[in-house]
Design a protein around this ligand. Structure first.
Ligand code: HEM
Length: 158
């Protein structure tokens, strides 16, 4: 009798914790934790964070006409843009399949435009055309702002 009682309570305890863990997962989901990670903590957010550093390095190098560092930073930006293009914005999460596909397609076009601007930047560097470099930097800034307005989810802490 004692043994059965113990077994029963063990089953009860493990069922309760299974329920609790299950409930926890549901709660996590409603807070934006899905297969993509949490808002602001995705692979894409990591890539973007790195892009920010390379863009800063590019701007600093451009101020002192350091063409070699500019070329390195631009190449790093281009590589990160290509890997970012493979990701899906966090904002697409929870949308219908067709809306997700539409958003991903538009987002990819946005990343392709960034790649194109970076390629033009390479041409301007080759020609050592500082005015064109500055013009393209402005275009990249504007394009990034638009891309963030369309595809970047505002996280709770923003
Ligand atoms: C050189 C250009 C760009 C820079 C420096 C940049 C930088 C950043 C930074 C710093 C973040 C926040 C990351 C975090 O939360 O830790 C971010 C997020 C994001 N950016 Fe950009 N960005 C650039 C271009 C773009 C473009 C062109 C698009 C869209 C076409 C885009 C789409 C996004 C999205 C969707 C997020 C949210 C990440 C997610 O969904 O998980 N970005 N970006």
């Amino acid at each position: 009798m004692m043994a059965m009682g113990l077994k029963k309570s063990l089953i009860a305890v493990s069922m309760a914790s299974a329920l609790f863990l299950g409930a926890n997962n549901v709660m996590a989901d409603t807070h934006g934790k899905g297969q993509m990670g949490q808002c602001g903590e995705t692979k894409l957010a990591d890539h973007m964070g790195e892009m920010k550093d390379h863009l800063k390095a590019y701007k600093n190098a451009a101020k002192s006409d350091d063409w070699a560092v500019m070329a390195d930073s631009r190449e790093a930006l281009l590589e990160l843009s290509a890997s970012s293009k493979e990701e899906t914005p966090f904002k697409a999460q929870g949308k219908s399949k067709s809306e997700q596909a539409k958003m991903k397609g538009n987002y990819q076009k946005g990343m392709e435009k960034l790649e194109d601007l970076l390629a033009q930047l390479g041409e301007a560097e080759k020609a050592k055309d500082s005015d064109k470099v500055m013009d393209l930097m402005q275009q990249i800034g504007k394009h990034t702002k638009k891309g963030h307005e369309a595809f970047k989810q505002k996280c709770d802490d923003e």
